[in-house]
Design a protein around this ligand. Structure first.
Ligand SMILES: NC(=O)c1ccc[n+]([C@@H]2O[C@H](COP(=O)([O-])OP(=O)(O)OC[C@H]3O[C@@H](n4cnc5c(N)ncnc54)[C@H](OP(=O)(O)O)[C@@H]3O)[C@@H](O)[C@H]2O)c1
Length: 238
């Protein structure tokens, strides 16, 4: 679809990949509804875009009242970028129950819940496009990334389930699966083994803008073309 005048809701738009998606989709003429927990970061995004092109909504995706606010906006949406996520790398024996619950709650259960409320409105209109931000870790498993990988495997399964069940109702579903991107998402991973592993990597991470380009491509595809899965690897990382 041409993106001019389309309304696109993005979760996790206060930082990193989601913020880059907001900037690039806005540059294509889309109206952005930008979500995140930090209102100050959302305000900074809004200040970087032309007045009136972005609306911000701050809240926690694990809060049912916030899901209700998103549900109220759902009938206005042409597309949804399901991007918010969290990560804590650590040796598998060191992950706490709280670490695992935090990642599954946000990356899988909240992502499912918010997609359900938005997809129901899209089904009513018989059109819409949902982009899931999974990861290369949705198909591969890496040392120190056990539970995060498990959440992204689950998210990928949900993306494919939404596509299978809703494609006959005019809904497109795209999974974008990046490798390592240089955002702040790894700030919660402070285990020495993780820090050493990151310091020793032999390739340059992707940029958030490079991932956002894939989202723009997917959402701009011709009506009969659904990019199902876009994997992005830093050159030399395979
Ligand atoms: N960076 C990578 O290497 C990489 C690679 C592959 C896939 N991904 C995926 O890409 C997505 C974006 O990651 P990123 O690297 O851009 O991370 P990031 O810079 O840390 O941004 C994460 C975003 O998610 C939001 N968020 C987190 N928990 C939330 C919650 N409970 N409720 C509402 N919003 C919440 C954050 O908002 P606030 O901070 O304002 O709460 C922030 O806007 C994630 O799904 C991640 O798994 C990242």
């Amino acid at each position: 679809m041409g993106l001019q005048g389309k309304t696109i809701l993005i979760t996790g738009a206060s930082a990193g990949i989601g913020r880059a998606c907001a900037m690039q989709l806005a540059a294509q003429g889309a109206h952005i509804i930008a979500l995140g927990r930090r209102q100050d970061a959302l305000d900074a995004l809004a200040a970087a875009l032309p007045a009136g092109q972005v609306r911000t909504l701050a809240g926690d995706l694990n809060d049912e009242a916030f899901i209700g606010q998103i549900e109220a906006l759902a009938p206005t949406l042409d597309a949804f970028v399901n991007n918010a996520g969290v990560l804590r790398y650590a040796p598998i024996l060191d992950l706490t129950p709280e670490d695992s619950a935090w990642m599954f709650q946000t990356n899988v259960l909240a992502a499912l819940r918010v997609t359900q409320v938005i997809a129901r409105a899209m089904v009513q209109k018989k059109r819409g496009h949902i982009v899931f931000m999974s990861s290369i870790a949705a198909r591969e498993v890496y040392r120190l990334a056990s539970v995060y990988s498990a959440t992204k495997h689950a998210l990928s399964a949900l993306a494919r389930s939404f596509r299978i069940e809703l494609q006959s109702q005019g809904i497109k579903v795209t999974e974008v699966a990046p490798g390592m991107v240089d955002t702040d998402i790894r700030a919660a991973s402070t285990h020495p083994d993780v820090l050493a592993s990151v310091a020793n990597r032999k390739f340059k991470a992707l940029t958030a803008d490079e991932v956002a380009q894939a989202v723009v491509y997917a959402l701009s595809a011709e009506p009969n073309c659904c990019p199902d899965l876009i994997e992005l690897r830093p050159q030399g990382s395979a």
